[in-house]
Design a protein around this ligand. Structure first.
Ligand code: GLN
Length: 305
């Protein structure tokens, strides 16, 4: 399949939409990112890479990192322990909602809303003293790029206005669903969200999920085939927050988004695709990015359905 031609067509077709979204201005550093960026990359399981636009430009991956930390937390705690502390249902609420966490007694609906991701951090921290480095090493290895790093300015910027996330972490602690200090969990959470990556790194970092748990770079089985299936299912049902129904309907792939404007989606057995455009829709997913992925599955005729 000529993915290059398709990516170029998509780039042309989404151009009018690119500047229609709104950058995430609740994180001051992200408010400064130019709205007119667009990049897209496809990494196939048979080793081919295709890209268009700003696919090699680094940006803040934000909540896409929750897919990485879910894999790590699953490895550390095992499925049964994890599922005692975090659910697996779509939230139907914004990713930073407080109300649901209260009436569900401190058990986050799923691992991809902020509260759920904080429980993942807590698990990682309980199993690894230097959780920040553990996360960094994991993401570097998954992407096969040892140059990936955190953006300390973005992390500090989010911390300076992260009152809602602090409230969520305190809620979790009050319900006994954090073992570690609130401050430590928040610092690690802000760091993971600040990871700076490009579309090529991001597409590669999800390859084990498209490849039934096997790393194409090291040849090692990182997670089981069943775990890869479960994480993909969670992304399909919870990966794009309260717009997950719309995303599944239009794109037809499991995907994970972040308020930096990135989205990664994948077709098991075939490829990973990452897109970046910082303008967001009202649910915090990239507006042009969602449209680009919809065009991708429409033009290639490939989805999981
Ligand atoms: N760091 C962001 C936050 O906690 C991540 C949200 C997102 O990307 N959806 O608000």
């Amino acid at each position: 399949m000529d993915y290059q031609q398709i990516l170029e067509e998509i780039h042309t077709e989404v151009k009018p939409v690119i500047t229609q979204g709104k950058v995430a201005d609740y994180i001051p550093k992200l408010a400064a990112v130019p709205l007119n960026k667009f990049g897209m990359a496809v990494q196939t399981l048979d080793g081919k890479l295709f890209s268009v636009g700003d696919a090699d430009e680094y940006f803040s991956i934000q909540s896409i990192s929750k897919a990485h930390t879910l894999i790590l937390a699953l490895q550390f705690a095992g499925e049964n322990n994890l599922l005692k502390r975090v659910g697996r249902e779509p939230s139907g609420n914004p990713f930073n909602s407080l109300v649901q966490l209260e009436y569900e007694n401190g058990i986050p609906r799923n691992p991809f809303i902020n509260a759920g991701a904080m429980v993942l951090v807590d698990i990682i921290l309980s199993h690894s003293k230097d959780a920040v480095q553990t996360i960094l090493k994991f993401v570097r290895d998954r992407s096969n790029n040892q140059n990936i790093d955190f953006d300390k300015e973005v992390a500090a910027s989010e911390k300076s206005t992260g009152f809602r996330n602090a409230a969520l972490a305190n809620f979790l602690k009050s319900y006994g669903n954090l073992e570690n200090d609130v401050e430590d969990v928040l610092d690690i959470y802000f760091s993971q969200c600040s990871l700076s990556m490009n579309c090529i790194d991001l597409a590669r970092s999800f390859m084990i999920l498209a490849n039934h748990g096997l790393s194409p770079w090291s040849g090692k089985q990182i997670i089981s085939k069943s775990q890869a299936k479960r994480i993909n299912s969670l992304m399909l049902t919870c990966g794009t927050y309260d717009a997950v129904g719309d995303f599944a309907y239009r794109v037809g792939l499991p995907g994970k988004s972040g308020v930096g404007g990135g989205i990664v989606a994948l077709i098991p057995g075939r490829l990973c695709v990452a897109v970046w455009s910082p303008g967001l829709n009202s649910s915090g997913n990239s507006l042009a990015g969602t449209q680009a992925l919809e065009l991708f599955t429409t033009k290639t005729g490939k989805s999981i359905f």
